[in-house]
Design a binder for this molecule. Structure first.
Ligand SMILES: NC(=O)c1ccc[n+]([C@@H]2O[C@H](COP(=O)([O-])OP(=O)(O)OC[C@H]3O[C@@H](n4cnc5c(N)ncnc54)[C@H](O)[C@@H]3O)[C@@H](O)[C@H]2O)c1
Length: 396
């Protein structure tokens, strides 16, 4: 199949629009792929902005008509990087038109939307993918391999935290604070990643949310009128008026896994001092691993099978292609480190490999896989609202 191409349409053009455009630009330079991406069309709502975006990032066409773009005969893969409440509408149109679809996380704003998306993907001609991109940090992929090889033995405990601090009282009421658009706050924005990472590394599933609490700490935010290119809305124009924030700023929950392991999860956009501390620690009978995205090139491993006098945390620099560190062979010499954008480029390589009939380096989430995260999000919300444990069997 080498020599084949895949015409890509991107729906949305801001934060993730940039991350994904960069990935399409770079991926075929670094990876040998069965199909090469062609940056065919980007669609977004503002004609002037999307034309400038297309020019800057190398898209051949710009459009304000997402539906015509997503269903065009010329398109093979539709990449959805819009807010969560429109993922369903955008992906269903593309799947019905026979396209492959890659959708940003969380799968949807609601469980109902997510369920429809899974059903549509099941019956579709095209394949579905979800951008749980942290799986494609080499250290997280190595943690998955270590766990799969049984090197941690029986897993006792999982500890996941995703900590950011950009959502203080000055941050305007962007879509991320509007429940009807985002679905949830720190839960769907950040904790969804941690839940996916925990499932991915351990191969285990949450069986019960034992207890959860979600808190809207800053209840009123200044209304956003336009502009602002960052997550935090810095530089945006705002109105004098305020409106209600309807999502959680902080979520904490305790879960039981099917294996019997216990897990705690914490996500917040108010953890003053932490910028993007996406961490997971997994403790097993034979050892433990820990990862912090702010040191994304490193995986810490504790080998409890060593003689006691040699036991201690070791730090693996996960950049050695000759040692088969996942994805490292496509990049630079050992310890010439990778960054945020590489997780997206690595995922793009795997998506194009799967479209071309090859295996991904490590498992790629499709809509059915991402639905399992969505069920946990729904269980956490229910547990917090009802002050009660929620078995996952109650969330279908
Ligand atoms: N994988 C990650 O690490 C990661 C990081 C950030 C965001 N995300 C996810 O990516 C998605 C987009 O987030 P973002 O940060 O890029 O948001 P953003 O606000 O920066 O960009 C959203 C884009 O969608 C467009 N848009 C909004 N509503 C639309 C509609 N109804 N029809 C067509 N276009 C519309 C906007 O014009 C904009 O171009 C969300 O689902 C978010 O959860 C994932």
């Amino acid at each position: 199949m080498p020599g084949e191409t895949c015409n890509v349409a991107l729906i949305g053009s801001k934060f993730m629009g940039r991350a994904h455009s960069n990935a399409y630009l770079k991926v075929a330079k670094f990876f040998d792929l069965p199909v090469a991406p062609v940056m065919h069309t980007v669609a977004a709502r503002n004609a002037e902005d999307v034309a400038a975006f297309a020019k800057r990032w190398g898209w051949q066409n710009a459009s304000t008509d997402w539906r015509a773009t997503a269903t065009s005969d010329e398109i093979d893969l539709v990449d959805v990087v819009t807010p969560n409440n429109v993922h369903c509408e955008h992906t269903l149109a593309a799947l019905e038109a026979g396209k492959h679809v890659a959708c940003e996380k969380p799968l949807a704003a609601t469980l109902d939307d997510a369920r429809q998306m899974v059903a549509a993907a099941k019956n579709a001609k095209g394949k579905s993918f979800v951008w749980y991109n942290y799986r494609r940090c080499p250290a997280v992929a190595l943690a998955h391999q270590i766990c799969k090889d049984g090197k941690l033995g029986r897993i006792y405990q999982i500890r996941g935290c995703y900590l950011q601090d950009w959502a203080g009282p000055d941050t305007p009421l962007m879509w991320r604070f509007q429940g009807e658009v985002a679905g949830s706050g720190a839960l769907g924005d950040l904790c969804a990643h941690t839940i996916d990472t925990a499932r991915f590394i351990t191969g285990d599933e949450v069986s019960e949310v034992v207890g959860a609490t979600m808190e809207t700490v800053i209840k009123e935010r200044v209304i956003l009128e336009g502009g602002g290119g960052e997550i935090s809305g810095r530089g945006a124009q705002t109105a004098q008026k305020t409106g209600a924030s309807t999502v959680d700023d902080i979520v904490l929950f305790v879960a039981k896994m099917q294996s019997g392991a216990l897990a705690t999860f914490e996500a917040t956009r108010l953890s003053t001092g932490y910028k993007n501390s996406n961490r997971i620690e997994i403790h097993g009978e034979k050892g433990a691993i820990r990862f912090n995205f702010e040191r994304m090139n490193e995986l810490d491993w504790y080998d409890a099978t060593l003689p006691e006098n040699l036991q201690g945390w070791s730090t693996i620099n996960v950049t050695n292609g000759n040692a088969n560190h996942p994805y490292a062979g496509a990049w630079w010499p050992v310890a010439h480190v990778l960054g945020y954008e590489h997780s997206f480029i690595n995922e793009t390589a795997d998506i194009l490999s799967v479209i071309g009939g090859q295996d991904p380096v490590v498992p790629l989430p499709d809509f059915a896989d991402a639905y399992e995260v969505q069920r946990v999000l729904a269980a956490v919300t229910a547990s917090s609202e009802q002050h009660t444990p929620i078995p996952l069997s109650e969330i279908q």
